[in-house]
Design a protein around this ligand. Structure first.
Ligand code: MN
Length: 512
């Protein structure tokens, strides 16, 4: 087990120095955790090995994988952070300390839980790899969850479904997102889990018959159109994802068309559209269900074309068309592009440029050069890290996170066509602050889909929102009632505060 061959062969183009680093971390971990067992009696090292392996599968580099091996060494077996730095360098120390929970004496109960979470986000806002290690760690813990006591199990499962699974989704790591959700689902909502399972069982028998027949017909049809360089397969919707959709559709499973889908993987973007054309020529598409996420990727960077067609024998099925590259990115996130080399820490972090693609460039601002390192961190992660809770009740941090980051989102547009995603129920005020605090602070009116409406208007999916500003406009306390996001509330409070103190200025250039 202390052989890292299986792990390093997943890293493309790895150098011998990097192989040595990963091997050293593995041996070190096996050593310091030698007498450390899980509650089942299984060697603790297995957990570390599996965590490191997941990181390699996600395409992370040798530094992150090494930190994966070491991630519990400070907390569980009292290795000094200085020792990790001496043996592996300051970058790996930073990553391991970022994943390590707070010292044992600081807080208790809910307060402790909240503080741990906050510490994780602060570290993540400096280096997103901390979160990726935490997700790999959590996935492994979830796979062995049934071995824990009921209390512990339920708490971990709940935290997973409310916080870690949505974080994986927002990072675009669909594979981990789905696995975390489906592992946690039966523990968090046992009754609902049974209900969904039963519904799915009845439905999938019919479904599968259609799918098989349709699959063959599609392949024949594509071959006739000269499209042969493809891979096809089925994907079955995750149970938790199905549960969420059932709730939205009054538990009517017949209203859900993507329980199973035919997936067609092609070799180029042009072929995506050729396949779509070839399909629609034979099978009539369901109106309103053609989604071109190739031309317009989702905010978490998902790309692919979806269509739902009548199969001709009474069935309705979804087809998903993607290139191989899109497929890999959807399952594993952007991280496989990640190049890190031991000994070049800062450069490695700066190369996290893929994170920028999470958000339209104007949201991240033009901070480049001077602030290059932190500007590669998505804003939503920065907000998590900066979120300051001095006066509010203990658990409001977690509640805010839930409503702000992890609930269902609406996708709305700027007049230029950039996508902004906000929690459902957000108002034009949230939109304005999501673009820039100056725009929020000076908002005097709003047009939604070309019509002038009130500032507190709630946004709907697909709305085109245009904010009208005036230099003398100011937030009023009433705005707090209509703001849903942490970022908007934070800016409104600080603007109101400034006004009270008389430091408000009408010159945007002087605002920071
Ligand atoms: Mn762990």
């Amino acid at each position: 087990m202390t052989d890292v061959r299986e792990i390093v062969e997943k890293i493309q183009g790895i150098s011998n120095t990097d192989k040595t680093l990963v091997q050293k971390a593995c041996t070190f971990a096996a050593n310091v955790h030698k007498d450390h067992k899980r509650s089942t009696g299984e060697p603790y090292f297995n957990h570390l090995y599996e965590t490191a392996k997941t990181l390699a599968e996600l395409g992370m580099g040798p530094v992150t994988i090494s930190a994966g091996f070491l991630h519990d060494s400070i907390e569980d077996v009292n290795v000094a952070p200085e020792t990790i730095e001496k043996e592996f360098g300051s970058e790996i120390r930073f990553l391991v300390e970022g994943v390590t929970k707070l010292g044992k004496l600081h807080y208790t109960g809910a307060r402790r839980y909240t503080e741990n979470l906050r510490k994780l986000f602060v570290a993540t806002s400096k280096d997103v790899r901390v979160l990726i290690i935490k997700l790999a760690d959590r996935l492994q813990n979830m796979q062995t969850l049934s071995l824990l006591s009921k209390d512990k199990r339920d708490r971990i499962a709940l935290e997973t479904i409310e916080i870690y699974a949505p974080l994986a989704y927002r990072l675009g790591i669909r594979k981990i997102n789905r696995e975390l959700e489906d592992l946690a689902f039966p523990f968090v909502y046992p009754k609902e889990y049974e209900k969904v399972k039963k519904l799915l069982k009845q439905k999938s028998r019919d479904n599968f018959r259609h799918l098989e027949k349709f699959h063959k017909a599609v392949k024949r049809n594509l071959a006739r159109d000269g499209i042969t360089n493809i891979q096809t397969g089925f994907r079955i919707k995750g149970l938790y994802s199905l549960y969420r959709k059932l709730k939205r559709k009054e538990w009517d499973i017949d209203k859900i068309f993507d329980i199973s889908a035919l997936r067609i993987i092609v070799s180029s973007v042009e072929d995506c559209y050729r396949v779509l054309g070839s399909l629609h020529r034979v099978w009539r598409p369901l109106p309103g269900r053609i989604k071109d996420y190739v031309a317009m990727p989702k905010p978490n960077n998902y790309r692919g074309i979806h269509t739902t067609v009548f199969t001709g024998d009474g069935g309705i099925l979804e087809v998903q068309i993607r290139t191989e590259e899109m497929h890999r990115k959807t399952e594993y996130g952007m991280h496989f592009e990640y190049k890190e080399t031991a000994g070049l820490p800062r450069k490695a972090i700066a190369s996290l440029s893929w994170v920028k693609r999470f958000f339209p460039s104007f949201i991240l601002g033009n901070k480049d050069i001077h602030d290059r390192e932190t500007s590669t961190i998505p804003d939503w992660i920065k907000t998590l890290g900066e979120y300051n809770q001095n006066t509010t009740a203990n658990d409001s941090f977690v509640d805010d996170l839930k409503t702000d980051f992890f609930n269902d989102r609406v996708f709305v547009f700027t007049p230029q066509g950039d996508v902004i995603d906000l929690p459902t129920g957000s108002s034009a005020i949230d939109f304005a602050y999501a673009i820039h605090s100056d725009i929020g602070d000076r908002m005097s009116g709003v047009r939604i889909n070309g019509k002038l409406v009130t500032l507190e208007s709630v946004l709907e999916n697909g709305d085109i929102v245009e904010i009208i500003t005036r230099p003398t406009a100011r937030p009023t306390p009433k705005w707090l009632d209509f703001a849903k996001t942490i970022i908007a509330k934070k800016h409104i409070r600080s603007a109101l505060e400034k006004r009270k103190l008389g430091t408000w200025t009408n010159n945007p250039a002087q605002q920071h």
